[in-house]
Design a protein around this ligand. Structure first.
Ligand code: GLP
Length: 239
């Protein structure tokens, strides 16, 4: 595990971009898992700039969009895939065929989850996944109580997560989500965890220094093959 502490959000995003863009230059045909939330937006802005300056080329990569709200498809303004598309994919000329997304709108969502895992397996696994951290220690939508073997599935969002997601969609936050499982995340060859702000300090200290437990699913990341954590000073204040 490699932990990098930066002065602020901007520096966190710059260090993350160096890692992801460097990886893409060496592995242009790689499988990338990209999540949403506010935390990775600075990274995505930098990746878009690198795309326009031709430092990186995403045309051979496969992008996994590993979280969505239940009943929500790309035409819905709350779609997490659409958020990813708005912040990075559309600006980097990523084509629909290059994206494997969790289909929240599928009439058989459990089957959609199973198909998502089959596609990960068929593509040979995820090479690098970018994750943010929930204040309650969740990763993706793997809420407290998620086992380290969990696969992609439908989950009830915790009250904390629903409240937190208000800032994205006001009072229109769905109560259920589809999420890549902790087991799938831990199988990625590389995990990059980004954490910013005082409000994440407790969750980060539990993640890195507390007991490894399903009550803090992010703590399972310490079992990963290759984990890099980039946290700004405020998020790292309890370490
Ligand atoms: C949401 C998302 C996560 C994200 C987390 C933190 O629940 N499902 O992927 O990491 O919230 O979001 P933010 O980065 O906005 O703090």
């Amino acid at each position: 595990m490699n932990v990098i502490i930066t002065e602020n959000y901007e520096e966190m995003s710059t260090r993350a971009a160096e890692i992801v863009c460097g990886f893409l230059k060496d592995n242009p045909s790689s499988n990338l898992g990209l999540t949403t939330g506010n935390t990775p937006q600075g990274l995505y802005e930098r990746m878009v700039r690198s795309h326009w300056s031709r430092e990186i080329n995403l045309s051979k990569a496969t992008i996994f969009s590993p979280e969505e709200y239940l009943g929500v498809g790309p035409e819905d303004y709350r779609s997490l895939y659409k958020w990813l598309d708005r912040s990075i994919l559309s600006h980097c000329d990523v084509k629909m065929e290059q994206v494997v997304r969790l289909r929240g709108e599928d009439p058989e969502p459990q089957l959609a989850c199973e198909r998502f895992d089959q596609e990960i397996a068929a593509m040979g696994g995820i090479d690098l996944i970018v994750e943010g951290l929930g204040e309650n220690g969740h990763i993706g939508f793997n809420e407290p109580g998620s086992s380290k073997e969990s696969q992609t599935r439908i989950v009830a969002l915790s009250e904390e997560t629903i409240d937190y997601n208000y800032k994205y969609w006001n009072d229109n936050v769905p109560s259920y989500g589809l999420t890549i499982g902790m087991g799938n995340i831990l199988s990625a060859k590389q995990i990059l965890l980004l954490v910013s702000g005082k409000h994440k300090a407790k969750a980060l200290s539990q993640t890195l220094q507390g007991e490894i437990t399903a009550e803090v699913p992010a703590s399972f990341l310490r079992l990963a093959k290759q984990l890099t954590v980039i946290a700004d000073r405020e998020a790292a204040e309890l370490l």
